[in-house]
Every structure is written in C-alpha cells, then in structure tokens.
Ligand binder design. Structure first.
Ligand code: SAM
Length: 297
C-alpha cells in the first residue's frame, strides 16, 4: 500500500468531500438522539501543510487555499470553512488541513460517537494518539470493508458511514460495492457517503451503473470536475454517492457546488461540457458539476 493522503490533503476533491460530510452531519444533529459516525478509511486527523509531501504536491493551493478568504460563501461551504479555520489556522495562517476524522469529531455532540478505521499502522497510530482522551472516538487498525460489515448497524441505529478508499487496488470498486450493498442490507436506514475519483476512461460511470443495479433506493450523486472529462491524465474530478442522504441535503449541495466549481476549476484552456440540465447541473468554462438522484425514493 503506497497511498499517503498527505500528498492530497486540502485538494479540490477533499473540499467536495468535506463540505458534504460536514453538511450531512449537521443534518444528523438536528435530531436529539445520538448518532454514530463510521469512517472506513480514515487517514489522519490533521495534515500539517509544511510536511514535505504536502509541499511537494502543493494540491491544497488549488483547493482550500483558493477559498479561505472567500466572502459570503453558501451556508454549507461557510460551515466547512469555519471548521477549517478553527482546526487549521494559527497566527492568522493556515498551518494544517483537517482530515475527515477531525471534521467529524468537531461535529460530534457529547453523546455522539465516531469509529475510525485505518489499515496503515503508522496512520492508525497517529490517529490513536490524536484522539487519546476523547472517549467518543474509537480507532481501529483494521480493514475498513471488513469493519463496515462487522459494525453495522451501530447501537444508536442512526448515523453516517464515510467510505473513502485510495483506489489503488484494481478490485477496489468490486470490494466497495459488495461491502456497501451488504451493509445497507444489515442497516437500511444508515446514511452512506462514498467518495470516488473521476478520471478519463469511464470507470466512475460504470461504478454508478453498478450501484444503480444493486436495487438500493435513494441514491444521490454529487460530482465536481475541474478539467474536461476527456483529459487523459490524473484526476479530472471527484464524486460522492450518498445512500439515504438527509432530507434537503441535495438542495444544500447544489448551491455549494454551483459556487465551488468555478473557483476550483483548474486553469485548463479547453471547455468542459456539462449536460446542461438547468436546475440540477452547472456548466462552467472548465469542468462541470451535478447533483442528481441516481435512484429516487
Ligand atoms: C483517501 S485516504 C482517507 C482520507 C480521509 N478519509 C479524509 O477524508 O481525510 C484513504 C486512507 O485509507 C487507508 N486504507 C487503505 N486501504 C485500507 C483498508 N482496506 N481499510 C482501511 N483503511 C485503508 C489509507 O492508508 C489512507 O489513509
């Protein structure tokens, strides 16, 4: 396993994922009863921006850094930015970018709970050290897919699962689909958020076709690309597939992505084409965004 999230911390794909995560957890906190957050591929809590990997890749410069001083962002982006500042800014400068465990922990109320799974021993140790002393947070050095099937439904019977693998393995989509389908069978009312990369070649479209074929109801797709879909190299965009998204999260994500996409789009010369479904998608000079139901109620 070679993947190190420190290279990518704070990039446009993290922005999409974490804006949506914070928004979804905000919805769960609208009911008094406690919820459980399960992060199957947790990574670290905090990524210092001066780490050599993070500096070398510099991806955060085209991500979080472009947005930090934005005026009047939409509510979902504003809530995420407040947490970025609270967790990462020191002496007026962004020193570190939080990972999903930190964003989630900042959202937890006293009776809520987080279960963080991370397979890589060094990352799991860092995570454990970071949350020592927070009884609401449990860290498991174990395979996230295996944990997902073993740990749902949680005793709270309410909560959100984030599935955010590195997509290094050729069978990653296969494992993911089998695990999520199994988890939804065991816990049909859970909220699931699955991050996926959008690259040239159509793997993300094939993933969505397969997810639709599972028969799982209430699947919502939120995608944001920063380059044309036919750009041959690297990540053109990212998506989040929600199962059972909280009520009105779709509208909240539409206003967030419409605002984020043009600000995050890379400086590529070519024009990206969006399927211009006026209410639900946005065309932009570079790349596109969409928030659409893959499978309705
Ligand atoms: C994309 S990163 C996670 C980023 C994090 N969720 C965030 O949003 O800040 C993926 C993480 O999964 C870990 N990982 C890889 N395979 C795993 C597996 N089978 N189970 C659990 N963790 C795994 C990697 O070590 C890496 O830290």
């Amino acid at each position: 396993m070679n993947y190190r999230h420190a290279y990518h911390a704070g990039n446009f794909a993290d922005v999409l994922k974490h804006v949506a995560l914070v928004a979804a957890l905000g919805h769960l906190a609208r009911k008094d009863s406690p919820y459980c957050y399960l992060d199957t591929h947790a990574g670290r809590g905090l990524y210092p921006l001066d780490a050599p990997e993070t500096q070398r890749a510099g991806e955060y410069r085209d991500g979080v850094l472009r947005l930090l001083d934005a005026e009047t962002p939409p509510p979902a982006v504003a809530r995420w930015l407040d947490l970025v500042r609270e967790l990462g800014v020191e002496d007026g400068r962004l020193r570190a970018y939080p990972g999903s465990p930190r964003f989630a922990a900042a959202c937890l109320r006293p009776d809520d709970r987080a279960v963080l799974c991370e397979l890589e021993a060094r990352e799991a140790d860092a995570l454990r050290a970071e949350f020592r002393g927070d009884a609401r947070v449990g860290v498991h050095a174990r395979d996230g897919y295996e944990a997902l099937l073993a740990l749902v439904p949680p005793r709270e019977k309410r909560g959100l699962v984030l599935v955010d693998p590195p997509y290094e393995q050729t069978d990653e989509f296969d494992r993911l689909i089998v695990s999520v389908a199994g988890a939804v069978k065991r816990w049909p009312t859970g909220v699931y958020a699955i991050w996926y990369p959008i690259k040239h070649g159509g793997a993300s479209d094939r993933f969505l076709i397969r997810m639709r074929a599972t028969g799982i109801r209430r699947q919502l797709v939120a995608e944001l690309t920063v380059k044309p879909d036919d750009s041959p190299l690297g990540l053109n965009g990212a998506g989040l597939l929600f199962v059972n998204p909280p009520w009105q999260l779709d509208a909240e994500l539409r206003s967030a992505l419409a605002w984020l996409q043009p600000r995050l789009a890379a400086a590529t010369a070519r024009t990206g084409g969006a399927g211009a479904n006026a209410a639900a998608t946005g065309a932009a000079p570079r790349g596109r965004w969409r928030v659409e139901w893959l499978v309705p109620e």
